[in-house]
Write a protein that binds this ligand. Structure first.
Ligand code: 2DT
Ligand code: MG
Length: 184
């Protein structure tokens, strides 16, 4: 890392199936880094607060129907609309801990049968994470954890496909955490 980058914040992304523990682990990392005196913010995608995010939320809660390609592009647009703000925060020295990012976008849509390369294309040009923490939980274990919330995609058979597609996305920025022990 060059000297000019010394004060840049880090982009840390958490990925994994629904109920894999991302939200809890993001919260723990946030407290830990804050305790060390870092400036840190917790973000999540989809960001349901924007108008694009509201369309996504309506789709996920089955209040609207959208073509698979269309919703894929909306998820990506939801990241693009936040890109400049993310860049500004990182430049200002703020570390961003992000619950889901492009990997969710590609894994979930390609698990529906959309072309893998087509799914990746709109993510080109978004800020690359410094670290991706992948919480690797067997889909059956995730399903046992207090049940799903009833949103679209929260079904065991589909989550199994998502897990397979996530595995195709692993790269050198990934740290895979094996979560094979059930936590009661
Ligand atoms: P949450 O349960 O984390 O709110 O996610 N998803 C998410 C996609 O299909 N594409 C994406 O780009 C992103 C970020 C994963 C809601 C669901 O949305 C899926 C679960
Ligand atoms: Mg969910």
């Amino acid at each position: 890392m060059g000297a000019s980058n010394e004060s840049r914040g880090a982009l840390v992304v958490f990925e994994g199936l629904d109920r894999s523990g991302k939200t809890s682990q993001c919260g723990k990392l946030l407290s830990y880094l804050e305790g060390l005196g870092h400036s840190v913010e917790l973000w999540r995608f989809p960001d349901r607060t924007t108008s694009v995010g509201q369309m996504i939320s309506a789709y996920l809660t089955n209040k609207s129907q959208l073509d698979d390609h269309t919703i894929h592009l909306l998820f990506s647009a939801n990241r693009w609309e936040k890109r400049s703000m993310m860049e500004a925060k990182l430049k200002a020295g703020i570390t961003l801990i992000v619950d889901r990012y492009s990997y969710s976008g590609v894994a979930f849509s390609s698990a529906k049968g959309l072309d893998f390369e087509w799914c990746k294309a709109p993510e080109n040009g978004l800020i690359a994470p410094d670290l991706v923490v992948y919480l690797d939980i067997p889909p059956e274990k995730a399903a046992e954890r207090g049940g799903y919330g009833g949103e679209r995609y929260e079904q065991l058979e589909f989550q199994k496909k998502v897990a397979q597609h996530y595995k195709l996305l692993e790269d050198s920025s990934w740290k895979v955490i094996l979560c094979f022990i059930s936590c009661h």
